[in-house]
Design a protein around this ligand. Structure first.
Ligand code: ASP
Length: 328
């Protein structure tokens, strides 16, 4: 008997320090945001415009911080941040969505719950002010993962969501972009990855797609595994960039598969996929990645990516240019 008691005490002592060390290492929560990657150069940015970007990103991140700090879920933080960015004309999502070749705005979004593996997405909606809210509704209130166009909008109305007239998405700046019919070098897609106090990961992405798109083109943003991924067993990702390449390479899932099967850090995995694999294919873009221990990476192969993050201490960091291709 005394021997068994001794063994028990020894086992407890062995178990204790490692548990508390793990608890100390993991931040209570973490949130990382991107507002699109692309040719974002200091010399092309006015001081006023930069101030607007920094202010909007900071305000949106603060909303996510409040959710997580108040004990809320990562999914709620993802929606809180993305819907604020969707309401801003600055980003290529919601209000600021780019124009299609036909002069319309067609929006895509997706969300994934890392705890359950459940996911929701919408593609090609034209009357939905906050596509990320609808993506979550699809995840939680339908047996499906992705709904598109009129069907997605009918589902939204059936569930009491407000719609907006198509003209709501008209912004001068995006319209001029279409008129120039330039290749969309500045991807203003928005995305969030978050870890909450329950240790659950979530990810979401929202976009207007690519300027001048035609034929009902859908990019990676509403496609789970391509533009969005979250799983508590590996990591959470939101991407921005040339969507066709993100789809072909299943970028978001590929990064988390490397974390899961090769044991790479989120930084190593993102670096390989974005800076080696995509670069070899001449594909531009970036990702934000977060794991369950609060490790994150913001990695991009373009001159800039709007990005920011916040942890439990409430310090909000916002970056735009290439201040190191990978932040962590
Ligand atoms: N990835 C988006 C798409 O291809 C575009 C972007 O990130 O701006 O639709």
């Amino acid at each position: 008997m005394p021997q068994r008691a001794l063994l028990l005490i020894v086992l407890c002592l062995l178990a204790l320090p490692s548990t508390s060390a793990a608890q100390q290492e993991r931040p209570r929560f973490m949130l990382v945001v991107h507002g699109g990657a692309g040719t974002i150069l200091r010399e092309n940015m006015t001081a006023e415009r930069e101030r607007q970007y920094r202010h909007t990103l900071t305000t949106a991140i603060r909303a996510g911080y409040d959710v997580l700090n108040g004990g809320g879920r990562s999914l709620d933080a993802v929606v809180a941040v993305i819907s604020r960015l969707e309401n801003s004309p600055l980003f290529n999502a919601g209000k600021g969505a780019v124009f299609t070749n036909a002069g319309t705005n067609e929006l895509d979004a997706s969300i994934m719950d890392g705890r359950t593996g459940n996911a929701g997405a919408v593609a090609g909606v034209i009357h939905i002010k906050n596509p990320i809210v609808l993506a979550r509704l699809v995840m939680e209130e339908s047996p499906h993962v992705m709904l598109a166009r009129e069907g997605a909008e009918a589902f939204a109305v059936e569930h009491g969501m407000d719609t907006v007239p198509a003209e709501y998405f008209y912004t001068e700046r995006r319209h001029r972009q279409l008129e120039r019919a330039q290749a969309d070098e500045e991807h203003g897609t928005v995305g969030v990855v978050a870890l909450d106090q329950f240790g659950d990961l979530a990810a979401g992405t929202s976009t207007g797609g690519m300027t001048n798109k035609r034929w009902g083109r859908i990019g990676d943003s509403p496609i789970i595994s391509a533009g969005t991924w979250a799983n508590n067993d590996n990591c959470a990702v939101s991407g921005t960039g040339h969507g066709e390449f993100f789809i072909r390479n299943a970028v978001a899932r590929d990064i988390c598969a490397r974390v899961q099967y090769l044991g790479e850090s989120v930084e190593e995995a993102a670096d390989f996929v974005i800076n080696e694999k995509l670069v070899a294919q001449h594909a531009d873009g970036g990702v934000i990645v977060l794991d369950r221990n609060g490790n994150f990476a913001a990695t991009f192969n373009t001159p800039g990516m709007y990005r920011g993050w916040v942890g439990p201490d409430g310090t909000i960091v916002v970056r735009i240019y290439e201040e190191g291709a990978t932040d962590r």
